[in-house]
Ligand binder design. Structure first.
Ligand code: FAD
Ligand code: NAI
Length: 465
């Protein structure tokens, strides 16, 4: 063993959960070590998830806007996308953010070791770097923040030619003429949007009867109809029963009630959910409890069944979102520092960053029905909303759900270009237990998209007069 160190807190995984926990630990003067097996910090979010996907989605949004103005002869000419430059642009943005993070770690005196960490007992881990050098770390507290990895399907092997996971897809190995996306979840939809606008004909196969199962069908149908066109189609209630590479194509056997046929694609993206990334941790050596899907079990202070070992972020299960991981990280660090803090956020927003975006926060109609709540739904279409019309966003829509017993907002969603920038008002309103009147009487600037929230709340308050 070449190296031995002792720390107050070791954090395994330097994604948004891990680095946020590290910064908060450092704030409390805890000697903190951050470990990641990748050679840079930022995790899935920065390198293979949120940031690369949003960079590409932002560019395809501009292409879509150009095409619209082109149709009306406001712009003219042929737009040509330089994929090599696009990837260079993405790479530079990631590097910029990665360097910023490194600086923050430096300023906070947080040590970083790049290597795979595994438990050898409940107070020691070993880190093995890529040269097989080992470091033994003795810790008072550990935080497991190792995130998640993609599920595979039918034992297909991911490669960067035919069958891609999301990380490969975000590196755009090529623009396939015919692309199949298996899974109508968030990843499937965002990647479908990117590749379709870049020129691929895209089929999306979803095993259930709707995309984005957690949301209400009518609202996700709106997104589906907006995305569908001559070169993008959804196949719901459909399963893939076999995938094979044949004559430089991917042969896919597709089954649904109406048809059972074989299709050929140039590439296939598998986006059928993710699983906890725990295989290398040797959790069995220390007896950390996991649930039936292998997610690490924690209490609302992020403690595992071993009190001084915490787990945060994707590795503890849904929702697998960067902003949840970050908040989990803060709580774990604060509890380690002796604070009586709990992870008790009422709601966590979900944003699907397609063009247009679909956002939701809090209770859906199906949940409200399931809970037998006394509720009222108010829908406000953007067809008459000034800012929506001038930004060619008139198909947008705002929905608020109120509890009729106390007039408090309990859920809501926004669908439209840039709606991710206005969903925050609904999260805050729910977290603060705002009543409809609080929202309706708050002055909202005009013309904006967020005044749709005030207008929807006014519809509700007027109904009480
Ligand atoms: P991760 O970010 O996964 O970080 C875990 C880290 O642990 C990794 O760097 C890994 O290398 C390291 N690690 C694993 N095992 C070990 C080990 N044994 N030793 C040392 N290090 C280890 N969420 C959003 O909120 N908004 C989005 O727009 C969004 N877009 C996404 C797009 C895609 C394509 C994907 C795949 C995900 C997206 N997500 C998004 C989800 C988001 O990326 C995750 O929820 C978030 O990254 C989870 O953070 P984390 O810190 O829990 O884990
Ligand atoms: P997901 O769970 O969101 O969706 C997977 C979809 O695949 C589901 O609709 C499921 O019914 C379907 N499916 C499962 N097996 C299938 C099969 N055999 N054939 C056809 N369809 C099948 O998972 P996804 O899209 O992989 O994303 C994982 C997670 O990453 C998300 O749940 C989210 O937490 C996070 N993420 C968040 C983003 C955001 O916040 N904008 C963007 C991308 C990912």
């Amino acid at each position: 063993m070449s190296n031995k160190i002792s720390v107050d807190v070791v954090i395994l995984g330097a994604g948004p959960g891990g680095y946020s926990a590290a910064i908060r630990c450092a704030y409390f003067n805890l000697k903190t070590l951050l470990v990641d097996k990748y050679s840079s910090i930022g995790g899935t979010c920065l390198h293979f998830g949120c940031i690369p996907s949003k960079t590409l989605l932002n560019v395809v949004k501009s292409i879509k806007e150009f095409n619209t103005f082109n149709k009306y002869d406001i712009f003219s000419g042929n737009l040509k996308v330089n994929i090599k430059q696009l990837l260079f642009w993405k790479h530079n943005l990631i590097n910029k953010l990665s360097n910023n993070l490194l600086n923050i770690m430096k300023i906070n005196n947080i040590n970083i070791i790049y290597g795979v960490g595994k438990f050898i007992d409940s107070n020691n881990i070993i880190i093995e770097d890529k040269h097989r050098n080992e470091t033994l770390v003795n810790f008072k507290y550990a935080i497991i923040a190792t995130g998640s990895i993609p599920n595979n399907l039918l034992n297909t092997k991911f490669d960067n030619r035919y069958i891609w996971d999301s990380a490969t897809a975000l590196d755009i190995p090529c623009i396939p003429n015919k692309l199949l996306i298996i899974g109508g979840g968030v990843i499937g939809l965002e990647l479908a949007n990117i590749y379709n606008i870049l020129g691929s004909t895209v089929d999306i196969i979803e095993v259930s009867d709707q995309i984005i199962l957690s949301l209400d069908k009518d609202i996700v149908d709106k997104l589906m109809y907006q995305m569908e066109n001559n070169t993008l189609s959804f196949k719901l209630n459909t399963k893939v029963s076999n995938v094979e590479i044949k004559n430089s194509k991917v042969m896919v056997q597709i089954d649904n009630k109406e048809l059972n046929n074989t299709n050929y694609y140039d590439s296939v993206i598998v986006a059928v959910g993710r699983k906890p990334n725990i295989d290398q941790l040797q959790l069995e050596k220390i007896g950390i409890e996991t649930d039936s899907n292998n997610y690490i079990k924690v209490n609302n202070q992020m403690q595992t069944n071993i009190n001084h070992i915490y787990a945060i972020g994707d590795v503890i299960g849904a929702p697998m979102l960067a902003h949840k991981s970050i908040h989990n990280g803060y709580i774990a660090a604060e509890v380690i520092a002796g604070k009586k803090h709990f992870f008790d956020q009422k709601v966590i927003p979900l944003v699907i960053y397609t063009n247009p975006e679909l956002c939701w926060v809090g209770c859906t109609i199906k949940q409200a029905k399931h809970l037998n709540l006394n509720f009222k739904v108010v829908d406000f279409n953007w067809a008459n909303l000034g800012k929506a019309v001038v930004t060619n966003n008139h198909t947008g829509f705002t929905r608020l759900i109120f509890n009729k017993d106390n007039n408090c907002l309990i859920g809501g969603g926004v669908f439209g270009v840039n709606s991710s920038e206005i969903i925050g008002e609904l999260s805050l309103a729910i977290e603060m237990s705002c009543e409809a009147e609080d929202i309706a009487l708050t002055s909202h600037a005009h013309p904006t998209l967020y005044e749709s929230i005030q207008l929807a709340a006014e519809i509700y308050t007027t109904s009480l007069l």
